[in-house]
Design a protein around this ligand. Sequence first.
Ligand SMILES: O=P(O)(O)OC[C@H]1O[C@H](O)[C@H](O)[C@@H](O)[C@@H]1O
Length: 531
Amino acid sequence: MTERESGGARVEMPLAELPAWQAFAEAAGQADRRGGTLRVLQAAGLSLDLSTQAQSPALRAAGLALLVARDFDDWRSRLLQGSAVNGTEQRAAWHTALRAEEPPGMAAAKVRDEQDRLRAFVRHLDAEGRFDSVVHIGIGGSDWGPKLVVAALGYAGTRREMRFVANIDGHAIEAGLLGLDPHRTLVVVSSKSFTTVETMSNAQRALQWLREAGIAEPWAQVVAVTANPEAARGMGVAPERIFRFWEWAGGRYSVWSSIGLPIALALGAEALDGLRQGAAAMDEHFATAPPENNMPVQMALTGLVNRNVYGYASLNIAPYDARLMHLVPYLQQLEMESLGKSVDRAGRPVSLPTGPVVWGMPGTDGQHTFFQWLHQGPEGAPVDFIICRDADHPFPEHHRLLVANCLAQREALLKGKSAQTLQAELAAKEPDAARAAWLARHKAHPGGRPSSLIVLPRLNAHALGALLALYEHKVFVQGVLWGINPFDQWGVEYGKILATGIAAELTSGRLAEGHDASTAYWVAQWENGGV
Ligand SMILES: O=P(O)(O)OC[C@H]1O[C@H](O)[C@H](O)[C@@H](O)[C@@H]1O
């Protein structure tokens, strides 16, 4: 295998065999897990409190040694310089270039041109006032970013009515178009590849909707955002309404590119600029802060402790902000598509488990669904709590209660409550000692459950951009530590291929060879007219 094929790095030792890993794991095993020391990092306006994660001076030192052993500095430079860090697809992952104040190198002119074109287009639409609603059609990385940002920053209203349609389920496009005036609706089709079946099918349906309304030039109402402009042109979109991005911007890292168009349409181009500026501030921190104070680096190391030393198979995300309702799926794609890998860069089976399952929902809703499991289930999971110091609504008591709940959940997870303490408390009210002991065992909390707290000053475009970039870089560092390529997604590709085959069988009515018994049964059911 050449260096280029492995992503440009020399073939590394499996992580588990690395002496620096063994020292790290040993230090983690002995670290304080009871929140003994306050540890808060600052970057790009965000604070990250790691006090309630495992920590010790020895663990911190071992973390630094592990980064050196994994050539972290070199990998970071290669990422930020736009080298081909995505080995299997032989391309860069240069999302940082999309948000840099001065886009670097070869990318500079085209990135700036495209940003200017997009701004001018939005200005033109604003001046023209022709469209008061937007149907955005895209999926995965071409959906979650804009949807997340528009919900987060546009909670109190948007300049236009925004509908996001992703799923191939016909109910999604039906609901997306319902009640809109086709004459006043702009259709934005976003797809990096411009081949994704969900997006292409939904786009055709939207076009049909425009035509059915008697619109003579439906293409004049269609915009495409893609890294494959030829395909968009081939479909019929006019070149002046095609906004580009490039192969080197991964789908789940693309919100910084023209994929951000719906953000500008909903909230103004300033929102997209602010988002990029916040991310660029985090990039600067990631590039320059010493590793011991580097927020994404320390978050990544913490994640390895939880995943590989303490054996937590999942990571819970608890944004204590109702506006961040799409953050969990956004991070699920970012983390699980990037880190759900079983072979290292050299193609060998990984020596340790990689990315955890990512799950969650905004607090306090989560407290009334799954927090019981977090507190008293035998496994538990580390939690990333996210909250804003200041709210944007005029109800201070609500914010006080929100903050109190967030802090209380963390403290309960950390401190727990022992059966002995509970038994002593219960003894006062419960004369039957055996019953008090029995009840105490049900009420006991183990504690020692790790969490992080991320505090945003308030939920504006800058802070949100910094938050998303923080997770991006954390994921990258974890990829480096695990020795995997976080920028490909072959698992998704395989599912797409099988779906295409089965769709063709359903159309032709001819069952192909080689299915398992259950798939063959259900394909036959639909072939015969449905179930
Ligand atoms: O933007 P598109 O080419 O339509 O792709 C949309 C999505 O497709 C798949 O799910 C990929 O795994 C994602 O990374 C991508 O974001």
